[in-house]
Design a protein around this ligand. Sequence first.
Ligand code: DC
Length: 221
Amino acid sequence: MKKEDFIIVAIDGGAASGKSSTSKILSDRLGLLYVNSGSHYRALTWAILQRGIPPHRVDKIEAFLKFLEVDYKIKGREAHMTLGACVPAEEIRSPEVNQAVSTIAAIRAVRKFLLPRQRSYVEVARQHAFDGLIMEGRDVGTVIFPEADFRFFLLADEAERTRRRQWEGQVDSIRERDRLDKERKTAPLIHSEGAIKVDTTPLTLQEVADKLTGIILAGKK
Ligand code: DC
């Protein structure tokens, strides 16, 4: 890929729609820096719960964000958000975080806090000589990078998504999280016009990855 071919790929979709696994494969195949924006909301949620702040206490959450130092660390092809000296890991996938994360992600101040940091990963990817950036989440193609070169929206049947989470050993109320993510006022989960919709229900992971890779390579010509 030539230097000027730097691409931004946005992958949005509901919980367990296949975003993370697909994004990781595309990141490997195309040399893109991978960022999971859901992990940013999860890390903040984890830190807020650790402090004993209830998810509905917007005032306390705003005060907490004023003093929070956020940075990033690159591991392989993935960029992870750091909170102070801490790189949150598997604890951000706990049932407690699953339960509170959509409430905290709906808080305007939380989204305002993360947005410029999420956008800054384009520069991070360039500085580290990646061929582009792939970011997954709920509002990547609508709010974070509406000008992305490729915008995808993944979906899958609820039964299939529940099965995927169970297979991962996770307790996750997918339906409730999707409802909260779709109904919130700021940056809701929506399929925006122009994003390519892919139903992953009948497809294997490789088939989904092949489909998206094909679209990206064809679009880059
Ligand atoms: O992708 P995930 O299921 O790990 O995301 C966890 C939560 O974070 C999700 O329920 C809503 C929120 N989120 C968001 O509001 N905006 C994003 N771009 C990514 C995630």
